[in-house]
Design a binder for this molecule. Structure first.
Ligand code: ATP
Ligand code: MG
Length: 648
């Protein structure tokens, strides 16, 4: 791990919302007096009926119960739209950048957004959707995806978004899982110059659901689709008839806002339930402070609305703050590897938020794609989703940010609703690969994995847990509260257990060391596989690497490395030898790889995360039962790895 520290510039500290002084005092009061702290910050959203109770939460075994602002009422869509109209009706709310750079971008003002969302809400009501009903959204990254989310919120329906890259089976499982009344989809979806037949996927999914489920179809391309009268409804036709106004429903703070499945990196995805009040308070606050968002800034989060990052930082957080948020339909490498940077230049993006998987892919393509674009508008860079290797961090910092832009490495989860640990641009130094400091109201602890005791002091390592509730914590697993308690509260009593390991370094800064399942024990030495991966990626020949443990007669566990080489590299035994020596010098002899397999590709979730549990099975030579593979992006990658496995 790198120990280099980058201090925030004096200018950043002077101008940012949060500086070292107010961070220290606000953080201290958020922990010592959560009631007082959130009573004050709960006012950042508009309440219909103000809350009197702030926090009523318990992590007690067998009785996990989480409620925030429980007697208050509000509406999220009114908070994201209506309350901005007087002051910023003419301001752009959403900039939409289509898949093809030849198609014009759209600028949707707050006034227009209001009209669109009201009409969409009226269409849903016309289809019989009522408060508390579930609506599945299976849409590409088009403005209608945001309208649909906000329309559900407006009438109190609970949305469950399914990423448009998912198969009919995965879609059917999610429709049935929440007993949805309506599925919203589009005809076909362009992405990276190719098209996905969304409506025909929905048709296939609907063969496995109740007959009563209705399908609302948004026109994206105008491509022909099959049509079942009475089941399929044409959004573009219905919306013409719909009224321009729809009254926002009065929702209790604890009414569910949405259900969203986790990425499925570690097993069967969990249907995470988020509620209304605490979620919107926390999403808007983290958006403003983590990215130091100021009026007039253009904010771009490259995630898909199918992931929690898209929920909190494309739609709900930014719009609650009256921001201008950019929504991108395409992929980073289409038409070529400079697309992200061209979009930044075109729309003068100020905050740019992406994932390590995209950065690693772009880094491998060479700097000229970045350098030909004018990135002078960028002020803050962000990353989320996986630990970021110091190599990729440094490239992001130097080449993309020109050394000017603080990088916020945000650690959080679908379950947490918003950022849990991240440096704040004007308040904290950054270190390549470190999540640094907890956000307000978050009380992280490092636990001994065996005893569950808190490890105090600095320069320590263990499992990461959270000691007390924060407003946007998930409330339950949809329809399965027992699974909720078992997954997050059973291993370490009275804590929320995140499933990740962490280190608190000598300065008291936090580093996520990867998932607890990914910690290996080699001859009695525990180490996170992320460290070995980072060492491998730091070698010039390596584009990407994934490391897992496998049973080893002498060492207990051996180190098995899957390595993807840079385009211009040839695999050879010489190179394997070189990589072994390299890791030994970078980390030490204890981390020396036992087996190295060349991997043309790595198995990833559809959100781009490496699925190490599958790699572990292959390394263990136990590839018959790979578990839930429904979230796997490219199944054929796995066949190749099995065929060429090293441990047989
Ligand atoms: P599942 O829970 O179904 O296995 P998942 O954990 O990948 O899938 P998400 O909620 O999308 O589902 O991801 C959260 C996880 O991503 C975290 O628990 C952590 O392991 C990882 N993560 C997210 N951000 C960071 C970060 N900045 N640094 C390190 N790891 C991160
Ligand atoms: Mg998880």
């Amino acid at each position: 791990m790198s120990d280099k520290t980058y201090a925030p510039s004096a200018e950043m500290t002077a101008n940012a919302h949060i500086n070292p002084d107010n961070y220290a005092s606000m953080y201290a009061s958020s922990i010592s007096d959560p009631d007082g702290f959130w009573r004050e910050h709960g006012q950042r959203v508009d309440w219909i009926k103000p809350f009197t109770t702030v926090k009523n939460t318990s992590f007690a075994p067998g009785n996990v119960d989480i409620k925030w602002f429980e007697d208050g009422t509000l509406n999220v869509s009114a908070n994201c739209i209506d309350r901005h109209l007087a002051e910023r009706g003419g301001q752009t709310a959403i900039i939409w950048e289509p898949d093809s750079p030849d198609e014009p971008a759209q600028h949707i003002t707050y006034a227009e957004l209001h009209r669109r969302v009201c009409r969409f809400a009226n269409v849903l009501e016309e289809l019989g959707v009522r408060k508390g009903d579930r609506v599945v959204i299976y849409l590409p990254m088009i403005p209608e995806a945001a309208y649909a989310m906000l329309a559900c919120a407006r009438i109190g329906a609970i949305h469950s978004i399914v990423f448009a890259g998912f198969s009919p089976d995965a879609l059917a499982a999610r429709i049935n899982g929440c007993d949805a009344k309506v599925v919203i989809t589009a005809d076909t979806a362009p992405r990276g110059g190719r098209k996905t037949a969304l409506k025909s996927n929905a048709d296939a999914a609907l063969l496995h659901t109740k007959d009563t489920v209705k399908c609302l179809v948004v026109k994206r391309t105008g491509d022909q689709t099959t049509w079942i009268n009475g089941r399929d409804f044409d959004y573009n036709e219905m919306v013409l008839e719909a009224d321009d106004y729809c009254k926002p429903a009065e929702m209790n703070a604890e009414d569910p806002l949405f259900i969203l499945y986790t990425s499925g990196s570690t097993g069967q995805p969990k249907g995470v339930v988020h509620t209304t009040g605490g979620y919107i308070v926390y999403a808007s606050m983290t958006h403003e402070y983590t990215f130091d968002y100021k009026d007039g800034d253009i904010f771009w989060c490259t995630a898909d609305v199918g992931w929690v990052t898209g929920h909190s930082y494309i739609v709900y957080g930014p719009l609650a703050n009256g921001a201008t948020t950019l929504m991108f339909e395409g992929v980073p490498t289409y038409p070529d590897a400079s697309r992200f940077w061209q979009v930044c230049e075109k729309h003068k993006v100020n905050q740019f938020y992406t994932a390590p998987t995209a950065l690693r892919a772009l880094m491998g393509q060479g700097n000229e794609y970045v350098e030909k674009c004018d990135l002078s508008s960028l002020r803050i860079l962000g990353t989320v989703g996986e630990p970021i290797n110091p190599e990729a961090w440094t490239w992001y910092n130097d080449v993309v940010g020109g050394g000017r832009c603080p990088i916020v490495d945000t650690w959080w989860q679908t379950e947490t609703g918003g950022h849990m640990m991240t440096p704040l641009p004007g308040a904290h130094a950054t270190k390549p690969g470190a999540a640094m400091k907890p956000f307000f109201g978050v009380h992280p602890v490092v636990l001994d994995p065996q005893s569950g005791e808190e490890i105090t002091g600095n320069d320590v390592e263990g499992v990461l847990a959270i000691k007390d509730s924060w407003p946007s914590q998930m409330r339950t697993v949809w329809g399965d509260h027992e699974r909720f308690e078992k997954t997050y509260f059973a291993d370490y009593k009275n804590y929320y257990f995140a499933g990740d390991g962490c280190r608190r370094d000598a300065d008291g800064d936090y580093w996520i060391t990867g998932r607890v399942d990914d910690v290996i024990n080699v001859s009695g030495h525990r180490m996170g596989t992320a460290e070995v991966e980072s060492a491998l990626v730091a070698h010039a020949a390596v584009a990407e690497a994934a490391v897992v443990g496998y049973p080893h007669d002498i060492k207990g566990q051996g180190i098995y490395c899957y390595v993807t080489l840079m385009n211009d590299q040839e695999p050879s035994d010489e190179l394997k030898k070189e990589l072994r020596t390299w890791v030994r010098t970078e980390i030490g002899p204890i981390a020396s790889p036992d087996l190295i397999q060349w991997a043309p590709g790595l198995p990833k979730t559809r959100s781009g995360k490496i699925m190490r549990r599958i790699l572990r099975k292959i390394a263990e030579n136990d590839y018959g039962a790979l578990g839930d593979t429904s979230t796997l992006a490219e199944p054929q990658v796995v066949d190749d790895l099995i065929e060429n496995r090293m441990n047989r």
